[in-house]
Design a protein around this ligand. Structure first.
Ligand SMILES: C[S@@+](CC[C@H](N)C(=O)[O-])C[C@H]1O[C@@H](n2cnc3c(N)ncnc32)[C@H](O)[C@@H]1O
Length: 275
């Protein structure tokens, strides 16, 4: 049970904390909680109590189920405070306008995003195939100074990404294309040094496309949700998948990003393509 929720339960006078909370995400001034086994009235009390504990929170929503669909959206129910889903979130020295209901955003990935920013060189041309509101692309441009093309199928998320480019003064370095990554044009002149594929439930379907857009010796960051009892098992499963998808003589390292559910891990392979 997350500490914040446990404190809110105590304050709300709800005992028997056997019931489950799988977490709280704070995005800007909005808190999103996951609560199972509580009545509607109890959920509202917990939400009010959370707002008392966290003075910067203006709204609390409950997330029902997982993050779903092609656009990877949360299904949210309002519990307390203001009934708005648009907020401003600060992460890794950047500012992001995010709509927590109409665009994907997870604050749990901030460390991974920072790791990627640290790998990018200034002269690189980077493609982010699944860009969301820009939490990878914007800091890559701002801190590595690289040119980034962001692709995003959700028109609204793409518009927020453009606003975020302006807010962070990187509109000269980042271009956003609102389209299906599968339809990105493949031109010999437009090959990328580095391609980001932060869409772990679907990246496998897009890897052949990424391979056609990457330069020789280019790098691909390939994110996947993998079933495994532990990190070792998840690595083995991802190795098997990559052995079928990558060209011969590709090199890669695999690391765990985070746990996403019982026996499900988010993993990332950093792939270096052959000459
Ligand atoms: C898991 S989210 C990651 C977003 C962003 N990189 C981040 O970290 O916040 C995947 C994103 O890919 C977008 N997406 C899904 N299918 C797509 C496609 N075929 N082409 C382009 N974008 C797509 C979704 O709308 C979503 O914003």
């Amino acid at each position: 049970m997350p500490r914040l929720i446990r404190a809110a339960l105590e304050r709300a006078g709800i005992d028997n904390p056997d019931r489950v909370s799988t977490g709280v995400d704070v995005i800007g001034d909005i808190a999103i909680v996951r609560l199972e086994g509580f009545s509607r009235r109890e959920k509202r009390r917990i939400a009010r109590s959370l707002m008392q504990d966290m003075k910067n929170i203006r709204a609390v929503f409950e997330q029902e189920g997982g993050i779903e669909g092609e656009l990877r959206l949360r299904k949210l129910k309002h519990l307390s405070g203001e009934s708005r889903t648009l907020t401003v979130h600060r992460e890794n020295g950047c500012i992001f306008r995010v709509d927590v209901a109409k665009s994907y955003f997870s604050p749990r990935l901030s460390t991974e995003r920072l790791r990627i920013v640290g790998l990018v060189g200034q002269k690189e041309r980077v493609l982010n195939m699944f860009a969301g509101v820009g939490p990878y692309s914007v800091p890559i441009a701002k801190f590595a100074g690289a040119m980034v093309t962001s692709c995003e199928i959700n028109d609204y998320a793409a518009r927020l990404h453009e606003e975020n480019n302006r807010l962070n003064k990187v509109e000269g370095l980042v271009s956003v294309v609102a389209m299906d990554a599968m339809d990105l044009p493949e031109r010999a002149k437009l090959k990328f040094d580095r391609i980001l594929m932060p869409h772990p439930s679907q990246a496998n379907n897009f890897l052949p496309k990424a391979l056609r857009m990457a330069k020789k010796r280019g790098v691909i960051h390939y994110y996947r949700h993998v079933l495994g009892r532990d990190e070792g098992e998840a690595k083995d499963a991802l190795r098997t998948e990559l052995s079928e998808l990558l060209p011969p003589r590709s090199k890669y390292t695999i690391r765990k990003v985070r746990e996403v559910g019982p026996r499900w891990l988010e993993m990332v392979a950093g792939v270096r393509l052959p000459p």
